[in-house]
Each structure stands twice: as structure tokens, then as C-alpha cells.
Design a protein around this ligand. Structure first.
Ligand SMILES: Nc1ncnc2c1ncn2[C@@H]1O[C@H](COP(=O)(O)OP(=O)(O)O)[C@@H](O)[C@H]1O
Ligand SMILES: [Mg+2]
Length: 253
């Protein structure tokens, strides 16, 4: 059975897109066919980690939402990031969201039929023969994030150890429980390295009565990498990679 995995956070800039791309790439490298969909239509970003920019993105989720293309034709095969790792089945695709100002303005002005997203996800799973569909979401709660939470088998909630994140995340956890998401895991990102990570993990597990799948440090290296690549595959022995691998194991179990 293919699994749908949503990565969400209450606030922006918490590390959703970086986490999504790293976890998805690890899952693909373990012999799976994987696709990431950028549903952060108002502020897309995950394409950057796969080396795309405005000039190189010719098709996007927007083309599907506006009835121009079947969704599977908007997907880019980005399996080259796997650098040959994995099995003959391993593959990773990306459905980016448009970064053209006029397209973002149109979505904000006209909105779109959120139900199309649900149909699109199912089409992607069928047409690309996926094992995992990862949904990189827009922060906060809105119609499309509620939809993605509703249809997810696994929800990964990213938060920073910050009071604003703590409070907002409580709301999201509540909503996820009401929507009966089968599996919910927390990811703590940008933890100051002077913190005791075990204590932080216990604190977050205590607050939300949910398991923490990983605690990632705030890292200068990550800032220097500045979303220019998928970390876990470039630095397989790094501590970050070990955390992402542990999260990937949870997603796959
Ligand atoms: N653990 C980390 N340490 C330092 N910088 C990070 C870390 N995780 C993410 N970042 C940086 O934070 C910014 C936001 O990350 P991103 O994954 O785009 O978040 P989101 O998708 O939630 O908005 C990016 O510049 C990214 O490089
Ligand atoms: Mg993002």
C-alpha cells in the first residue's frame, strides 16, 4: 500500500522543505518510488533543493490545477540526486509549484478547487507507481493543509524550540488528532547545540503526548548549504543524516 506523508509546521521557516527533501531522498534510496509535491503554492521552495529556479521550471502543479496538464506530466524526475544509490526500483520525482509572480498572484486572487489536489495525489500514485507521496505544505492551517492532514498516513510536524512554535503546534496536534491521522511524529529542528537533546525530546513528547522522531541541531553548515542541495545524500556520515535516516525509518515502518 502506498503511503502519503505530509510535512507540516504551524509557522514558516521551520525546515519543512529541507526535511521533506532529505527524508524523501533517503526513503527513495532504500528502493522506493517517491514523489514530493510542493503544495506551498503561495511561497514555493522545495524545488530549490533540487537545483531548479524560476527560469528552469517549465511546468508546475499550477498547470494541473488550471486544467492545462495531467498532474503526472508536471512531475520532474530528480532521481539524479540519488547519485546511483538504491535499487533498480529507486526513483524520486518532484511536482514543483510555480514561482512566477503572476501565477502566485492568480492563485491568491482566484483560489482553486482543493478537491483537485486529492484527485491529483491519487493520479500521481497510480501513474508514477509510487510507494510514497510526500506533501510539503504551506505553514499554518488552511484548506489545503487540512486536506493533506486528512489524507495522510503519516504526519510529520516540524517545530523549533520557540514559544510561538510550541503554542501554534498544539493547535495543529489537536486538529490532527480530531482528523484521526494514523501516525503523528514530531521533528524538532534548529535546536541550539547547547541544549540537552534528550531532555528537549522528552519535553516535546510530554507537551504533545506524541513521539519525537528526531531532534536536529541549529547548524551553520545548513545555513551555508542554504537550500542548495539535499544534505543527506551529500554527507552520508554527518550527524544530520543519521537523524534524517532515523525519521525515514519511522516513516517506512
Ligand atoms: N537545522 C537547521 N539549521 C540551520 N538552518 C536551517 C536548519 N534547517 C533549515 N534551515 C534553514 O532555514 C531556512 C528555512 O528552511 P526551509 O526548509 O525552507 O523551511 P520551511 O519549508 O519550513 O519554510 C532555510 O534557509 C534553511 O537552509
Ligand atoms: Mg518550504
Amino acid at each position: 500500500m502506498p503511503k502519503i506523508v505530509s510535512i507540516h509546521s504551524y509557522r514558516g521557516g521551520t525546515g519543512k522543505s529541507n526535511s521533506t527533501s532529505n527524508i524523501a531522498a533517503i526513503v527513495a534510496s532504500r528502493g522506493n518510488r517517491v514523489c514530493i509535491v510542493d503544495t506551498d503554492i503561495q511561497s514555493p521552495g522545495v524545488h530549490v533543493l533540487f537545483g531548479y529556479d524560476e527560469s528552469s521550471l517549465e511546468r508546475s502543479l499550477n498547470d494541473y490545477l488550471w486544467g492545462r496538464l495531467p498532474i503526472e506530466e508536471t512531475a520532474y524526475d530528480v532521481s539524479s540526486v540519488l547519485q546511483g544509490k538504491g535499487t533498480s526500483r529507486s526513483a524520486i520525482y518532484l511536482v514543483p509549484s510555480s514561482v512566477k509572480a503572476s501565477d502566485i498572484a492568480r492563485i491568491l486572487r482566484e483560489g482553486y478547487d482543493v478537491n483537485l489536489l486529492n484527485d491529483g495525489f491519487q493520479d500521481l500514485i497510480d501513474k508514477l507507481d509510487l510507494d510514497y507521496l510526500f506533501i510539503d505544505t504551506h505553514p499554518g492551517l488552511n484548506e489545503e493543509t487540512l486536506l493533506s492532514i486528512t489524507i495522510s498516513d503519516v504526519l510529520l510536524l516540524v517545530l523549533r524550540p520557540d514559544q510561538q512554535d510550541y503554542q501554534g503546534t498544539a493547535v495543529t496536534v489537536d486538529v490532527a488528532r480530531k482528523l484521526e491521522v494514523p501516525e503523528l511524529f514530531m521533528i524538532v529542528n534548529k535546536a541550539p547545540t547547547i541544549f540537552d537533546f534528550n531532555q528537549l525530546k522528552e519535553k516535546v513528547e510530554d507537551i504533545y503526548s506524541a513521539q519525537v522522531a528526531g531532534v536536529l541541531p541549529h547548524s551553520d553548515e545548513m545555513m551555508i548549504l542554504a537550500s542548495s542541495g539535499v544534505y543527506a545524500l551529500r554527507y552520508p556520515d554527518h550527524e544530520f543524516t543519521k537523524v534524517f535516516e532515523a525519521i525515514a525509518d519511522r516513516v517506512m515502518s
